[in-house]
Design a protein around this ligand. Structure first.
Ligand code: F0G
Length: 481
């Protein structure tokens, strides 16, 4: 999807779809936003959806459905066992990835749970480009340890590295040479989430696959954000220039041993599944699916979602469709960067990521700078982003904080959900906050869960800084929302 140049000279990522069903949104006055934030204990997960203007928390399960997906949902075949809709999805997955089996799960973490239960034993290590929160929790729960193998440049927020998600092959070789007996699989994540939705290249996947195969260690691909990775491969990867999206996807299948994905992201619907070739893992994995997720022709998904995923996967093979997210993200990143706001570059998939370490350098990591920034962005515009920093880490076993290597506020852009004027509004309010960043201070826990504490933990501001932001907003915007 190319940007469109206006007669005025402006270039914009013009929408190539039309909106046929809408949902009313409410933009609360700023003093009410403060009240809602206080009621939600400064944890944006605890807000009610009706109190949010732009929900940029995630792209998970909240992408717009296409007309063809909706039509397929109406026609889905309902059955506990043997639904025709399942077999259609299985055929689609086999066609795209060229693998023999598709084991459905209720969502991505369902796949992670059964994979960890089967493959991870106490004392194991799992090398990967970078962790994802739920992935790591399941590995650690089974007694394993995550080893991240990104080169240090990939963790620099501002960069012109095109494939920041590339695993460092030399480091991977070292880890395998030293510890291969303790390694049940190597994991590569497409569109690497926690470093800003950054892709890996086809060559990096080829090399990773070759190293794993030389040790007969399976390569597990987390393909939840594959559609963004495919977009960047097609656009920027010299090895993919002459390939269609279908050919690239097939190559990815050939180079991987197990693929799993959250269909809340890949496939524009809800659900997930594990894809693999015939072999000794199929039966034990299927047993765990039946035990944990549901019979293996639905795996916890509704048949409507199963039908929607089949169409969604096919639509993922259309560059015009998968370009919409990354083009809007690039627009938001470029416009914020022009205004001096620290953002992760190059723009990746998933969302626009603000660098909280630079936005609010006065806040120590123990007071959760990215979470404080997320609360401030909600006050500034009713916008809900997602903290991706120290708050998203669980504590070390000795109770000390595990300080994240990046402190990001992710403003996700669910696919085909927002219009460009809404994105412009978000840019404007974040710009205002940047000019007033001296007001933002930290947060502290009042209730801290042990596992995945960011979901339901309760916090409070360390001072009355949130009231100060409201007063400054009222001075600058008068009675405007
Ligand atoms: N792997 C990756 C790379 C993900 O981004 C996610 C979810 C999962 C696994 C787990 O999938 O949510 O369907 O259980 N990411 C969501 C997000 C939660 O907002 O980034 P799930």
């Amino acid at each position: 999807m190319k940007d469109i140049r206006f007669y005025s000279g402006e270039n914009i990522p013009l929408e190539r779809h039309k909106v046929r069903i809408v949902q009313k949104l409410y933009l609360l006055p700023v003093e009410e936003r403060l009240k809602k934030l206080q009621e939600a204990k400064s944890n944006l997960y605890l807000l009610h959806n009706k109190d949010i203007f732009l929900d940029m928390l995630t792209d998970s399960g909240v992408n717009a459905l296409s007309d063809n997906q909706l039509a397929a949902m109406m026609n889905a075949d309902d059955a506990y066992a043997g639904s025709e809709s399942f077999y259609e999805l299985e055929d689609k997955v086999k066609e795209l990835f060229g693998m023999d089996h598709f084991l459905p799960a209720h969502q991505g973490r369902g796949c992670e749970k059964v994979l960890a239960d089967l493959l991870v034993k106490p004392g194991n290590i799992i090398p990967m480009n970078y962790h994802f929160t739920t992935t790591k929790s399941h590995i650690v729960r089974c007694g394993g340890e995550v080893v991240e193998l990104l080169p240090p440049e990939a963790l620099e927020c501002e960069s012109d590295l095109k494939f920041k998600g590339n695993i460092d092959i030399d480091l991977l070789k070292d880890v395998l040479a030293k510890d291969h007996q303790r390694i049940p699989y190597v994991r590569l994540e497409a569109g690497t989430n926690l470093i800003g939705g950054q892709p890996f290249s086809l060559d990096n996947l080829k090399q990773t696959s070759a190293v794993c195969r030389s040790y007969k260690i399976p390569l597990v691909l987390d393909a939840s954000l594959l559609q963004d990775n495919l977009y960047f491969m097609k656009k920027e990867d010299p090895d993919c220039k002459d390939l269609t999206l279908r050919q690239i996807t097939k190559k990815i299948g050939d180079l991987s041993d197990i693929i799993y994905f959250s269909a809340r992201k890949l496939g524009f619907a809800r659900g997930g599944g594990i894809v693999l070739r015939e072999g000794p893992l199929v039966v034990p994995l299927k047993e765990l699916i039946v035990l944990n997720e549901g019979f293996h022709t639905y795996g916890g998904m509704s048949v409507k979602d199963i039908a929607a995923i089949t169409v969604g996967l096919d639509e993922t093979m259309d560059m015009e469709i998968i370009s919409q997210g990354p083009s809007f993200i690039k627009y938001m990143v470029d416009e914020l960067a022009k205004r001096g706001v620290p953002v992760v570059t190059p723009p990746g998939g998933l969302g626009c990521h603000l660098n909280a370490l630079e936005f609010v350098p006065n806040i120590p990591q123990e007071q959760y700078p990215a979470a404080a920034l997320s609360a401030a962005v909600y006050l500034a515009g009713g916008i809900r982003g997602m903290e991706r920093g120290t708050l998203s880490e669980d504590r070390n076993p000795d109770g000390t904080e595990r300080l994240a290597s990046m402190e990001l506020l992710r403003c996700a852009i669910p696919r085909r959900v927002f219009t460009l004027s809404q994105v412009k509004f978000a840019i404007d309010r974040i710009h205002w906050l940047w000019e007033n960043r001296d007001l933002i201070e930290g947060l502290q826990f009042t209730l801290e869960p042990k596992i995945l504490r960011f979901f339901v933990g309760e916090l409070e501001p360390v001072s009355d800084w949130q009231e100060k932001i409201v007063r400054r907003f009222q001075q600058d915007f008068g009675d405007s929302l």
